[in-house]
Design a protein around this ligand. Structure first.
Ligand code: FPP
Ligand code: MG
Length: 293
């Protein structure tokens, strides 16, 4: 299945989406896509097929989010901890990723027409070289799109993300671009992988688990977390719309809290450092694309 689906919603689904769109819509929704292996057991299919159906659900969910006017979606596809699974399962997931990221380039026209910006967030050095190359090509190709930001977390954990940000800041201090007094919450926030996007409003986890599992720990300070017992490949538009409705009911209460959090302006020195960081990260991506497969 492709990443960007053409419109397959029923009249009634579109009607419900339009009703919800009269209220506040979250700008950024993150998904912990959990329950693929339990789905495999339940449906008596192999794990690989279940993960592949998990990808199909990711594509469907993206379409629902686009219709709803959600500007940014982050999907937890593979955590650093997932490398500890059996070599067969890790290989199967990597093969799925290989196939789907290669497909991204074939879908270039659709991605550009829909204005989708792809970012794969995580420690890309832990991924096989050829996958890294496809990811870097897709990220560079779509970097100026701005209708829908799609972040796929792969080889990701929040602790690793925060550690990487701290290392980058320390390096900034060591080379004299920053002083240690410049280090504050705002700066760290801007050094995370999600720095170019919208703040996260909602995290959705399927399969009945209520853990964050090392996902977006820093960013999750003030978000609505919704869970459902449904296993990821069975997640439906009705569960998503129900969660958006709950978000709308909580909206003003949470807004009152978050409005009190003052966002500090960045100093010129920090802006310079962050511009350098963007260039540095882009140079790494460019380097990944030059590797021969
Ligand atoms: C969690 O279910 C799911 C995963 C670890 C893999 C998720 C990956 C996809 C949906 C495909 C994404 C592919 C690309 C290319 C982005 P689980 O395996 O933990 O199942 P369980 O909770 O039932 O054990
Ligand atoms: Mg799981």
């Amino acid at each position: 299945m492709s990443w960007i689906l053409s419109n397959s919603l029923t009249f009634f689904q579109k009607f419900c989406i339009n009703v919800l769109k009269c209220g506040p819509i979250p700008q950024h929704v993150a998904f912990i896509m959990d329950g693929n292996r339990r789905y495999a057991k339940q449906q008596q299919i192999d794990k690989q097929t279940a993960h592949s159906r998990g990808f199909d659900k990711l594509a469907e969910t993206l379409q629902w989010c686009l219709e709803l006017g959600i500007r940014e979606v982050t999907m937890y596809a593979f955590s650093i901890e997932n490398f500890k699974r059996s070599p067969e399962e890790v290989d199967a997931l990597m093969n799925l990723a290989r196939e789907k990221y290669a497909r991204l380039m074939e879908e270039k026209d659709k991605l550009m027409a829909e204005g989708v910006r792809i970012s794969v967030i995580g420690n890309l050095d832990l991924l096989p070289q050829d996958i890294r190359k496809s990811i870097a090509e897709a990220m560079i190709m779509t970097r100026n799109n701005n209708r829908l930001f799609l972040n796929v977390a792969m080889a990701y954990t929040a602790r690793d993300e925060i550690t990487t940000a701290i290392k980058e800041i320390t390096n900034g201090v060591n080379v004299g671009v920053l002083d240690s007094e410049d280090i504050d919450e705002e700066l760290l926030n801007h050094c995370l992988y999600t720095n170019r996007g919208h703040k996260i409003d909602v995290i959705i986890r399927t399969s009945g688990e209520t853990r964050l599992s090392d996902f977006l720990l820093w960013q999750a300070g003030f978000v609505n977390i919704f869970t459902t017992n449904v296993l990821w490949p069975s997640f439906s538009i009705w569960q998503l719309l129900g969660m958006i409705f709950k978000y709308q009911r909580n909206y003003y209460e949470l807004k009152n809290i978050t409005d009190q959090i003052k966002v500090k302006e960045l100093s010129i020195k920090k802006e310079i450092f962050l511009d350098k960081l963007v260039l540095y990260r882009m140079a790494i991506l460019e380097q990944y694309t030059t590797v021969c497969s």
